[in-house]
Structures are given as structure tokens and as C-alpha cells.
Design a protein around this ligand. Sequence first.
Ligand SMILES: Cc1cc2nc3c(=O)[nH]c(=O)nc-3n(C[C@H](O)[C@H](O)[C@H](O)COP(=O)(O)OP(=O)(O)OC[C@H]3O[C@@H](n4cnc5c(N)ncnc54)[C@H](O)[C@@H]3O)c2cc1C
Ligand code: FES
Length: 249
Amino acid sequence: MASHSQLTPDIHSLWLSEPWLARRVKQGQFVNVRCSAGPDPVLRRPISVADVRGTKLRLVFRVKGRGTAMLARFRNGDVIDLLGPLGRPAPLLANLDILVCGGGVGIAPLLFLTRQLKGRNRIVAALGARSRRELILVDEFRKLGVQVSIATDDGSRGHHGPVTDLVSVSPQTPDPSSQSPSVVYACGPKPMLAALVKKLHPVPVWGFIEERMGCGTGLCYCCALPRKGGGYVRFCEEGPVVLLNEVRL
Ligand SMILES: Cc1cc2nc3c(=O)[nH]c(=O)nc-3n(C[C@H](O)[C@H](O)[C@H](O)COP(=O)(O)OP(=O)(O)OC[C@H]3O[C@@H](n4cnc5c(N)ncnc54)[C@H](O)[C@@H]3O)c2cc1C
Ligand code: FES
């Protein structure tokens, strides 16, 4: 591992020296991480790739339970066992007005995606968190030349309220920042994703699904989401970035 830093009291960032993966991984894909050198915990934990620079890739994760707490104890020079890249890349659309909307640690995978979308699209970002201290990666989005709006639940930075308050389907106006997006990429808690789909209907919303996962390779069906009109979407295989307008969250 190349470096470990802490972005908030419970969100960590790891830069990993992984030339093989860094060459292959695409926006929206994830890796399955072995959280300790021993046999426990048995299941790897899925973490999205938050960024890639040269031969290094970045993971940004919140400590939730045992696995991520173990992962947070890795230090510079330690070796981390990764399986990936997994999942399908998020579609790289072009020549569109794109909104990227992230909540909490869900902001992280949108950074890599935005880096890839930049230059082909007009992009604005709406980023939200519980409080100013919980807000991550804002400067990195700004460095990409993206216009960023911020919301916090407690009003300690930006708009006071949920990040979904920052987005709307508005009539065409001369102000480019207030124009409706033609497509949205979003990552965050399920209620945030559901609210976005409802509020922005009929705008397509591509959402990163970061729910509980088992095998991560399409075999166990424990990650399946019901598809509107029948059937299921296994988000480890068909996702994790899926068109939210087509599934029941
Ligand atoms: C494709 C994918 C990409 C992901 N990318 C990221 C990422 O970039 N950064 C990040 O911080 N997290 C990400 N997650 C969520 C992350 O995998 C879980 O937080 C982690 O597996 C929890 O493991 P744990 O051992 O720490 O917690 P556990 O001890 O397994 O569980 C602790 C608590 O977390 C809940 N939990 C367990 N798994 C998940 C889950 N997948 N999502 C939400 N809550 C869960 C449990 O219900 C329990 O309440 C991603 C998940 C998926 C499926
Ligand atoms: S996690 Fe097993 S099929 Fe998706």
C-alpha cells in the first residue's frame, strides 16, 4: 500500500500501488478486499474504486463494522489482497448536461467517474453529507473544473437540508447552472437515490448500488434487486451502476 489517510473521523482513504488493476479498472467498478491477513472475516468486502492515478488506485471507505475497521488499520507498506476489477463499468456518455450527485461516502466513486466524463460533457456536482466534518473530496471535484453545490443535514456548510434539495427539473433558463440535467449519476444511501429518481422523473438516473453483497461474482443472488416489469438485477454482475428508473429500490 502506498498511503493511508483519514478524511473524517470514520472515513479513510487508501492509495494502493496496483499497476495491473490501475491499468484495467474502469469508472464504476469495484474491488473485493480481504480485510485481514488471517481467515477471519471469511467474506471479502466490496469497495468502489474512487480514483486512479498512473499505477495507483484509491479506495475511500467508511468504517461500518468489523471488516472495514480492520481495513482502516492497514498502514503504509502493508500488502492488501484485492480481487477485481469487478462489476460493469458505468456507461461513459458524451455531449450531455450531467449532474453527479453524491451523499456521504457515496461521493467517492463519483470522483473517478467525473474524471472520465470530464472533457466530453458539461458537468455539475451536488455533494451532501451529515455535516461539514463529514463532507469529503470537495476540493478534488473543484480541481476537475466542475461546479460544485453543497448541502449538509445540519446546515454547517452549504444548503441546510438533504442534497436532493439542490437538484430539480427546471425549465430551460439562460443560467447554465440551473438547467435540468439530461442524465444523472448518483451514489449514496438508498432513500437519497429513490428521492432523486422521483424528483427528476423522467431524467435517467444511473445509481451506484452499494448494498449488502455476498459472492460478488453473480452466483448467489443475494444482491438481486427486483426489476420493474419482472425479473431481477444482480448488481454485482449487471451493476453496481444500474439505471435506477428500471429497478425497485
Ligand atoms: C459494489 C459496492 C461498492 C461499495 N463501495 C464502497 C465504498 O467505496 N466505500 C464504502 O465505505 N463502502 C462501500 N460499500 C459498502 C461496504 O462494502 C460495506 O460498508 C462493508 O462491506 C461493511 O463491512 P463491515 O465488515 O465493516 O461491516 P459488517 O460488520 O459486515 O456490517 C456492519 C454494519 O454495516 C451494514 N452493512 C454491511 N454491508 C453493507 C453494505 N454493503 N452497505 C451498507 N451497509 C452495510 C450491516 O448491515 C451492519 O449494520 C460498497 C458496497 C458495494 C456492494
Ligand atoms: S453478490 Fe452474489 S450474485 Fe451478487
